[in-house]
Design a protein around this ligand. Structure first.
Ligand code: PLP
Length: 401
């Protein structure tokens, strides 16, 4: 007799990696796969800077191979507070920081500490899907607020306000956004903070792409927050090219001490999983305090790839896309969806089978505001990116109604 998994894990999904299963099948049939599905720059030739790699090996050689304190090494929490205060104009101390194994773990801690069954969490649509999944995992209800594609995916503030109820426990902001690459205007952030203060709701800001911005100016939520309660999430995966190292952090900026209980809960949870990797944390200190020029170099390389992808996609019949202002994703609308393909998932499967190009269906980033789109990364070097875009163009032309 088979043993059933818990109902809690039955609904767990993660479109970005789930599509890989289909790609493996297609690969087995002999087709070359062009991967545009995963936001990992290290997979596309960007290398973890050498001073960070050396700091890691030195930490291992010097014997820093034991468990660290659960909330993270003091030195790293100091470096994180310094960075957030200096670069993002936050106002935090090391005791306000918990180090995690990537933001992914921080999202889990956050939802575990905030959500009771039946509670609502306001999440932008489309969004990084882990926010939806963990809200549901802990018995909460994700309530997705609209972002406006024609206005560069900025926030529909009226929609957000109309969805605040007595059960709303948290507002999530992802800036710059994955999957649509938007950088939120200051005015959106200020209004969200006003609403949060009026309704006594904390705001969580995922700013993992804070240093990967091409246009507009990025403002951290903490820099604008005044007396609102902010939970910041950030990490080393993207700007420091440390995806596989699994290092991130969360912090609170909470001048009115509304989050004391939540923060204690997060610290208790952090003890349950002992700690993040100790030598990786020491490499994290070097990442924050060492040379930073690789960030500008990466952004200028990515800007060219962004321009190429955006211009090319808007010339392909049946597709159009807003210009990504940050991160490394483009989120085109599939204009013939519904007539040529049943939905965006079918579009992605057919594209994969016919061309070998792997992208992620937009509904994997929210079934309402993400549908009829797909997400592609513009991380590959130009020749590979050109090849994939040319294949998408041929596919669209072959299916032109
Ligand atoms: N948050 C956003 C918005 C992301 O795009 C990603 C990864 O793509 C993550 C969090 C996860 O990051 P980490 O590698 O720190 O777990």
């Amino acid at each position: 007799m088979s043993i059933h998994a818990s109902s809690r894990v039955r609904d767990v999904e993660y479109a970005i990696r789930d599509v890989l299963v289909k790609a493996e099948e297609v690969h087995r049939s002999g087709k070359r796969i062009l991967y545009l599905n995963i936001g990992d720059p290290v997979r596309y030739g960007f290398e973890t800077p050498v001073h960070i790699r050396r700091a890691f090996t030195k930490a291992v050689e010097d014997g820093f191979n034991y468990y660290s304190p659960s909330e993270g090494l003091r030195e790293l929490r100091e470096a994180i507070a310094e960075k957030e205060n200096r670069v993002n104009n936050a106002s935090i101390e090391p005791r306000h920081v918990v180090v995690t194994t990537g933001i992914s773990e921080a999202i889990m801690f956050l939802m575990a500490a905030v959500v009771n069954p039946g509670d609502e969490v306001l999440i932008p649509g489309p969004c990084y899907p882990t926010y939806l999944t963990y809200t549901k995992f802990f018995g909460g209800k994700p309530v997705v607020y609209r972002t406006i594609e024609d206005h560069g995916w900025s926030t529909d503030l009226e929609d957000l306000e109309s969805k605040i109820t007595s059960r709303t426990k948290l507002i999530v902001v992802i800036n710059p956004n994955n999957p649509c690459g938007s950088v939120l205007p200051r005015s959106d952030l200020t209004r969200i903070l006003e609403l949060a203060t009026t309704h006594n709701i904390p705001v969580a800001a995922d700013e993992i792409y804070d240093r990967i911005v091409y246009e507009g100016s990025f403002s951290s939520l903490a820099s604008l927050a005044k007396d609102a309660s902010v939970i910041g999430l950030n990490g080393f995966s993207k700007a420091y090219l440390m995806t596989g190292w699994r290092l991130g952090y969360m912090y609170i900026q909470d001048p009115e001490d509304r989050l004391t209980d939540v923060w204690e809960g997060i610290q208790r949870l952090s003890r349950l999983r002992l700690c993040a990797s100790t030598p990786v944390q020491l490499a994290g200190v070097e990442a924050l305090r060492g040379p930073q020029h690789h960030v500008d170099e990466m952004v200028s390389t990515l800007r060219k790839r962004r321009d190429l992808a955006w211009k090319r996609i808007n010339k392909i019949p049946g597709l159009n896309s807003a210009k990504p202002a940050g991160a490394f994703y483009i989120f085109p609308k599939i204009r013939w969806n519904g007539s040529k393909w049943k939905n965006d998932e079918e579009f992605v499967t057919e594209l994969l089978k016919e061309t070998g190009v792997l992208v992620v269906h937009g509904s994997g980033f929210d079934s309402v505001y993400g549908k009829d789109h797909f997400r592609a990364v513009f991380l590959p070097p130009e020749p590979e990116l050109e090849e994939a875009l040319a294949a998408i163009e041929r596919f669209m032309k072959a299916h032109e109604p």
